[in-house]
Design a protein around this ligand. Structure first.
Ligand code: EPS
Length: 386
């Protein structure tokens, strides 16, 4: 089974990632992982931390002379900011000065539930791992899935569709060839006019010491019918995707296809009518279901939307209660991003690719890439002659 683990604190030494279940024979170069990490760091609205980090990847295991061996892949990304935090973050035993503790929990973060659950009186014990720095590790792991899926003609892309109250026009869904244009835009938005407005909004929020959320749309092209399954709740593709996307820091909503709009229309207007043509096979008149029916991919483009709340760390902080004195105080105002919605798109692409790769390997899995390719081609042939 394809799985990954990652470890590391935001201001610790770095991120360790182990990816297991990747077949042998896949070309995996650190540069291709670094390209994805670079995409994650871009986007207007990030804080000054992004000027410090370079996110270089060391492949420590599982790859030999460019190709995967089928053994666990071990990856390492160093935090260049660590020397500035070493005294606070060292793993070595040291005394913790009382005044060095963080005691003002930020509402909206893991701070308060975390200290209660893990019995610590220093919020830093919680916030360091809750931080979205962890997504650097995730993007490493999920990039491996992207590279694998590309071998079978699948491509996952994303774009920003709203920031704060500014919405991009929804005139067309981007194609894989639009990704370059999207990535060149500072907001990763296809609608240039909306992008300029989003940029201004970020500036306004920054000046006011405030933050912004927004939405991204993720599209997966080239996905065959039959990934996921209707037979059991924890094998349904829509459920797996929603869980993976909801696990991204600050994400509060996931919509598959026209999920929310469909709740208010009649059944007759909510189905994607089935048709057939000799040369095309089965196809649909629309794709309201987002390419998933009965917990399985149906061969149409998979598309979904992900909503991120504004980052709760604000330069103009919210009020809170000190966990020691129980007095009302201002919450911790650590350095943070004003808006991370462009980065969310890159992380969400990765999570979608990861889930698809897992379901793909579950159906067609083998120990070597070519073994999987044989199985996949047989399946495609069978569907064509159905
Ligand atoms: C984050 C806060 C900021 C972000 C960070 C996530 O970091 P810092 O506290 O060091 O300024 O820049 O994101 C990353 C470091 C990253 O690589 O994405 C948070 O609290 O979630």
């Amino acid at each position: 089974m394809l799985r990954f683990l990652n470890a590391g604190e935001s201001h610790g030494k770095g991120m360790t990632v182990i990816v297991e279940g990747v077949p042998a024979g896949l070309l995996l170069e650190k540069e291709s992982l670094e390209r994805e990490l670079e995409r994650r760091r871009l986007g207007y609205g990030r804080g000054t931390r992004m000027e410090i980090e370079r996110d270089r990847v060391d492949i420590l295991g599982g790859v030999r002379r460019g190709y995967t061996l089928g053994s666990p892949i071990a990856l390492w990304v160093e935090n260049l900011d660590y020397p500035n935090w070493e005294r606070l973050m060292t793993p070595d035993l040291s005394t913790r000065a009382l005044e060095e503790r963080v005691t003002m929990p930020r509402p909206g973060h893991a701070d308060l539930p975390g200290v209660l659950k893990y019995s610590t009186r220093d919020i830093r014990d919680i916030l360091e791992r809750a931080s979205a720095r962890e997504t650097a590790g995730r993007v490493c792991a999920t990039s491996v899935a992207k590279i694998l899926m590309r071998q079978f003609g699948m491509e996952v892309i994303s774009h920003v569709i709203s920031v704060g109250e500014v919405e991009a026009s929804s005139s067309r869904k981007p194609l894989p060839e639009d990704l370059k244009t999207i990535d060149q835009d500072p907001m990763r938005c296809l609608d240039m006019e909306a992008s300029a407005k989003m940029l201004n909004l970020v500036e306004e929020a920054r000046a006011a010491g405030d933050t912004l959320g927004g939405k991204v749309e993720v599209l997966a092209y080239g996905v065959p019918p039959g990934l996921g399954s209707h037979v059991h709740w924890d094998r349904r593709l829509d459920g797996l995707l929603a869980q993976a996307l909801m696990s991204i820091q600050a994400v509060k909503g996931v919509e598959i296809g026209e999920g929310f709009r469909m709740a208010s229309v009649r059944g007759s207007l909510s189905v994607d009518l089935i048709d057939y043509q000799e040369e095309r096979g089965f196809y649909r008149h629309s794709n309201l279901a987002g390419g998933i029916e009965g917990g399985m991919s149906n061969g149409e483009v998979i598309w979904l939307r992900v909503a991120m709340k504004p980052i709760p760390t604000m330069r103009k902080p919210a009020t809170t209660v000190d966990i020691d004195s129980k007095r009302r105080v201002e919450a911790l105002a650590e350095r943070a991003d004003v808006c991370a919605v462009p980065a969310l798109g890159v992380i969400a692409e990765g999570m979608v690719a990861w889930v698809l790769a897992r379901c793909f390997l579950e159906k067609f899995g083998g120990d070597h890439l070519e073994e999987i390719r044989e199985r996949y081609l047989l399946y495609l042939e069978r569907i064509k002659n159905f």
